[in-house]
Every structure is written in structure tokens, then in C-alpha cells.
Design a binder for this molecule. Structure first.
Ligand code: EPZ
Length: 416
């Protein structure tokens, strides 16, 4: 089992380039099976969630070829419409394939996705959406079986602006007769990028980025060549790495607008934040000032995927701060690990009270989920002494060469 070994205390300095967003690429991969023509996606990060999603596409009959960081997908010969159950449990985004397979084959089948370390993560909103499109959905033997023979456009109101449900319903509606309207839709940038990708293939989608999305069904889709949006969560994680080490970093090829909720908080916590068209500069040579209150919300609110990293920053900021995790039920698995490093955190339900300490000390800690694991790396970068992080497979799901990137700006971090 690989581990990360970090000797803390180095002020990071230099430039870090951001690559394409995991949560954008995963949705595009699911959408690629909608067309029989060639799909070209540039700048694809070779992270395990993406590699696993490609394996699922191949198990359905797609042909996927890498050319450097570009992938070319040919789904003309897809013959299966059932998502292999081992994968459905492995990665949740395999569920997005249900919408695409429904659209193209008018039927699909998948195992109920495993819960994961950040909550029960039901799929009731996905299935409610399919039923509103006149899809019959049966749940038997731990499987979901969908029949869309009589499916047609419809109107869906989402009780919660779920990203996955919004994307899945969009995909299910693309090739259906009639018009589909989704109200209280998720407004994440990844949803907007999916709309752009679908329209580039010849779909008729509008409204992504607002809480109402409209889809006019079309008969067939064409080819598409597309570059995904930069990963706002990786960019945010890098910014916090600069802050927590009192360093100075220029984060390149990101989309500052997507990070406004974070930079708005950081500008009162560090000595300097400067935002350019595609870059963000951070300098944290003074004290880190605690952020009084951080509440995770659907976009454009503060992203839940940056909660753990922000909490890590708070543990060594002057003063105390409250964090409220409103999106997932149990997204505080990193707290116990940070406490081993000397952090002063009290958690009650969805609220975490963090009192800043002078410094953390190195310890042997375990990553329990993707963003919590990233938070432990950030804590290790500023802790006095050596930190050993195990179960780093979680981190590799969403960060490409994380240790290599941090080493390039001075971090003493090794993968063993
Ligand atoms: C997407 O997950 C992201 N994953 C998550 O990123 C991200 O944290 C999340 O959106 C919120 O922004 C991908 O895009 C692959 P949701 P998703 O549906 O779609 C509840 C990461 O670290 N819910 O918006 O699963 C659900 O339980 C990952 O990159 C229902 O109740 O998130 C959760 O509490 C982690 N019923 C809340 O909504 C449903 O049918 C938000 O879930 C669906 C969701």
C-alpha cells in the first residue's frame, strides 16, 4: 500500500498549472455514449475515477484510445446497456451512464451504488427524474431496472439541486421526443460545461448555470471535439497549500470566477490574493487569520469539496472559526486524523468549531475519502516534523500527481 511521507515547514513558492476538472470529464464520458460518432476530449487527467469510467465505457462496447492527454471515444458499437455492478459500487459517477443509455437504448440496468465515506448518497432524485420522463423504474435484488420504451419529455422539479441528478436527467432527455424542463437544477460550472458539450454534438439544451434547464429532444447526435473546464477544486486545494505554508504561489490555467466563494474568504485570511483572467496569485507571509464562518452550499455557494481543505487551514489560523457542512451527512472523517496532528476541533452534527493552534505536529494518519485525504496533505505540509499518510488511493482518485506537483514548488513530500 503506497504512502505519502511529508516533512513539513517548507514555504511553497512557484507556479502550479491546473488540469481539467474530474467532475466535468466524468460527465462528458457518460455523455459520449449518446452518439455513434467520434468524441474527442482534450486535457484528460489520468486519475483513477477517469480511468475507471473509461473501463466502464469499454465494458459496454465503446472503443477508447488515448493520444497523450487526449482521448478519442467511438461508441458506435455499444451493445450492452447494463452498468457492471462492481463498477457501480466503485464509482458513483457511473450512474450518470444510466441517463445516456436510457436516451440511446430506451433501457438500462445498474446495481444500487455503494454508499461512500461522505454519506449515504441516495439516488432518489435521479429516479424521480426518470419517472417524470415516463420511464418505468423497478428496484429489485439491489438493482435498478429502467424501461424507457414509452419515455418522452417531461417536467421535473428537484427537491435539492443535485449535481448528479441534474446531469443524469439532462442525459436521459437529450434523445427523447418532446421538451424536458428541470427546475431547481444544479448550477455548477460542470453542468454548464456538459450543456456546451451536448450542444456541440447537436443537442438542444439551454439554461444550464441557472436553476431552470430546458431540453428539446433530437433524433441523433454528431461528433464533438471538446476541452473540459479547469478543475476548480484542485485549484482551490493548491491555493490553500500556498496559504497554509505561508508561501507564495501562482495558480495557472484556472477559472477564477468558479473559485469566488473561496477567494472571497481567503482574501481576509492571508496577506495577498490577486485574481487575473486565468490565474490566481496568493501570498501568505503574515499571520493566517481565521475565517469566522464557512457554510457549504450548492454552487455558487462555498463548495463542499473544499470544506476539508479549508478546515485544515483553520486549524493553524489565528482565532477560531465555525464550519457548517450542509451538503453531505458525514464529511468530517478528516477531523479525527487532524486531531492526531494536534488540531483543536469540536464537531457536533454538521458543525465543526476549529480553534487555531500555533502549529500542528507530524503524525501517522489515514485518508478516508478524496478531499479529506487532500486536507491531510495540506496539514502535513505545515506540521512540524514528519507526517505519514496511508490509504492514499483515495487522493489519487481526484488529484493527478499531487505529490509531484507539490514537490515542484518546494514541498518535501515523497510517495513510497
Ligand atoms: C457531485 O456529486 C460531485 N461528484 C461531488 O464531488 C460533489 O461533492 C457533489 O456533486 C456536490 O457538489 C461528481 O460530480 C462526480 P449531489 P453528486 O447529487 O452528484 C443528496 C468530489 O469530491 N442527494 O449534488 O453525488 C446527496 O446525498 C465529489 O469530487 C439525494 O439526496 O452530489 C448529497 O447529500 C464528492 N438524492 C447531496 O444531495 C439524490 O438523488 C448532494 O449530492 C442525489 C443526491
Amino acid at each position: 500500500m503506497e504512502k505519502l511521507i511529508i516533512d513539513g515547514g517548507v514555504k511553497l513558492s512557484g507556479e502550479l498549472e491546473v488540469y481539467s476538472a474530474k467532475n466535468c470529464v466524468l460527465a462528458l464520458l457518460a455523455a459520449s455514449v449518446l452518439t455513434e460518432k467520434n468524441v474527442v476530449i482534450h486535457n484528460c487527467p489520468k486519475i483513477t475515477d477517469v480511468l475507471n469510467m473509461i473501463k466502464i465505457l469499454e465494458s459496454l462496447g465503446s472503443v477508447v484510445i488515448w493520444h497523450g492527454d487526449t482521448i478519442v471515444i467511438d461508441s458506435s458499437n455499444i451493445s450492452r446497456f447494463e452498468i457492471p455492478s462492481n463498477y457501480a459500487k466503485e464509482i458513483r459517477s457511473s450512474l450518470f451512464l444510466m441517463g445516456s443509455l436510457l436516451s440511446r437504448f430506451k433501457k438500462t440496468k445498474a446495481a444500487f451504488p455503494g454508499g461512500c465515506d461522505i454519506g449515504i448518497r441516495p439516488i432518489d432524485l435521479h429516479l424521480k427524474g426518470f419517472r417524470a420522463l415516463n420511464v418505468t423504474v423497478k428496484e429489485e435484488g439491489g438493482h435498478i431496472i429502467c424501461n424507457g420504451q414509452h419515455a418522452r419529455g417531461g417536467r421535473i422539479h428537484l427537491d435539492f439541486p443535485s449535481v448528479g441528478a441534474t446531469e443524469n436527467i439532462m442525459l436521459a432527455a437529450i434523445l427523447l421526443k418532446g421538451k424536458t424542463t428541470i427546475t431547481n437544477a444544479a448550477k455548477e460550472p460542470e453542468v454548464v460545461a456538459l450543456q456546451d458539450f451536448l450542444n456541440a454534438m447537436g443537442a438542444k439544451v439551454k439554461g444550464a448555470g441557472t436553476d431552470q434547464i430546458e431540453i428539446d429532444g433530437v433524433k441523433k447526435l454528431g461528433a464533438v471535439e471538446f476541452t473540459p473546464i479547469p478543475d476548480r477544486i484542485v485549484a482551490g486545494t493548491y491555493l490553500i497549500a500556498g496559504a497554509i505554508t505561508h508561501g507564495e504561489l501562482l495558480i495557472k490555467n484556472c477559472c477564477p470566477k468558479h473559485l469566488e466563494a473561496l477567494t472571497d474568504k481567503l482574501k481576509n485570511a492571508v496577506s495577498k490574493i490577486a485574481v487575473f483572467e486565468k490565474d490566481i496569485y496568493i501570498k501568505a507571509d503574515g499571520d493566517l487569520i481565521s475565517v469566522p464562518l464557512t457554510e457549504t452550499q450548492p454552487y455558487p455557494g462555498f463548495p463542499t469539496d473544499l470544506q476539508a481543505q479549508t478546515l485544515a487551514l483553520q486549524t493553524v489560523s489565528k482565532g477560531s472559526g465555525i464550519i457548517v457542512e450542509n451538503i453531505f451527512e458525514t464529511r468530517y472523517k478528516h477531523v479525527a486524523e487532524l486531531t492526531k496532528m494536534g488540531a483543536n476541533i469540536v464537531v457536533k452534527d454538521k458543525i465543526a468549531l476549529v480553534r487555531g493552534v500555533k502549529n500542528l505536529h507530524g503524525a501517522e494518519v489515514t485518508a478516508h475519502d478524496l478531499r479529506g485525504g487532500a486536507a491531510l496533505v495540506l496539514a502535513g505540509l505545515c506540521a512540524v516534523g514528519r507526517t505519514e499518510i496511508s490509504d492514499i488511493k483515495h487522493i489519487d482518485r481526484g488529484y493527478l500527481n499531487f505529490d509531484m506537483a507539490l514537490r515542484s514548488v518546494g514541498a518535501k513530500i515523497e510517495r513510497i
